[in-house]
Design a binder for this molecule. Structure first.
Ligand code: ASP
Length: 293
């Protein structure tokens, strides 16, 4: 689909860790409602950056996905959160990694982007920054975090994963992307995946916005979102740009999914895992929600 600069478009994901045969009706309903809300914000002229931040903050707060409230403890017994956000026009970006116990890591990531000269803060430094800026802390981790929909305690013992993300094109013609995760279950203390990395996990420029999900170690080694963006910039189609990155992830032994959106309003949401919770809508595309093929 090719659109004028006054059109808008949006895609959301709730992670590529969906397991075939499980019931994701609750997350599909939530994604549908959220995509509908985002459509309204975009139609009202809100910026892509505001919309992806707000969408990801709602996904984090829902507790339905492996991000924010739905995050599980690492091997040391505590939750460490990763998130990133990028504005396409200015290429400004912010990220937090291994952040403990804040309600919205993506909001802290935007804070890093706007209030510091840096792109990423990690661990204790991220925590100190988030406190200094007054972001909302999780006061009682034991009662706050909950098992997301479609995740079992067996997953927590294994290496299951999940993440949330959003990409948007606003009516001013700007793109933005944001991603947030609790990471892989059972991860080592201090482990950081692709999600907070500007480049592998999240990317937005004047041409394309991308948010990745899947096994972070493989996504990083396959180049992730920037590998897609640079292929696309060189003239390769959106479909092929993504397929090449996903094939590389597979070849390295992982699986992944991508949501991507171009300046012309073309949307792609492919994955090579069992399923990916996802939704999209644009001026010319009816609202679509799915988990499996
Ligand atoms: N990419 C995330 C990570 O490795 C997990 C996921 O997307 O499911 O932390």
């Amino acid at each position: 689909m090719a659109n004028s600069d006054t059109d808008y478009a949006l895609a959301l994901h709730g992670g590529a860790g969906a397991v075939a045969g499980r019931d994701y009706a609750v997350t599909e309903k939530h994604l549908r409602e959220l995509a509908e809300e985002c459509r309204g914000w975009l139609a009202d002229g809100r910026t892509a950056l505001d919309v992806v931040e707000r969408a990801v903050a709602e996904l984090e707060a829902s507790g339905l996905y492996v991000a924010g409230r739905g995050s599980a403890p690492n091997s040391a017994g505590h939750v460490e959160l990763d998130a990133s956000i990028m504005d396409g026009e200015s290429r400004k970006a912010g990220a937090v990694a291994a952040l403990r116990d804040f309600v919205s890591p993506v909001q802290v990531a935007r804070g890093v982007m706007e209030k510091t000269p840096h792109v990423m803060l990690a661990g204790d430094g991220a925590l100190e920054f988030a406190r200094s800026q007054g972001f909302t802390e999780v006061r009682d981790p034991l009662s706050y975090y909950k098992l997301p929909v479609g995740v079992t305690s067996d997953d927590i013992r294994g290496q299951a994963h999940g993440t949330v993300g959003a990409v948007a094109l606003d009516t001013h013609g700007n793109l933005a992307a944001a991603t947030s995760t609790g990471g892989t279950f059972g991860k080592l203390h201090g482990r950081i995946g692709d999600t907070p990395l500007i480049g592998p996990g999240t990317w937005a420029d004047d041409n394309i916005a991308v948010s990745c999900t899947g096994t972070g170690e493989h996504i990083i080694r396959a180049g992730g979102a920037t590998a897609i963006a640079f292929r696309y910039r060189s003239g390769i189609s959106l479909h092929d740009s993504i397929a090449e990155m996903l094939d590389e992830v597979k070849r390295l032994g992982g699986d992944a999914g991508v949501i991507a959106l171009t300046r012309s309003g073309e949307i792609a949401m492919p994955y090579n895992s069992q399923g990916m919770k996802r939704a999209c809508v644009s001026t010319t595309t009816p609202l679509t929600v799915a988990t499996f093929a």
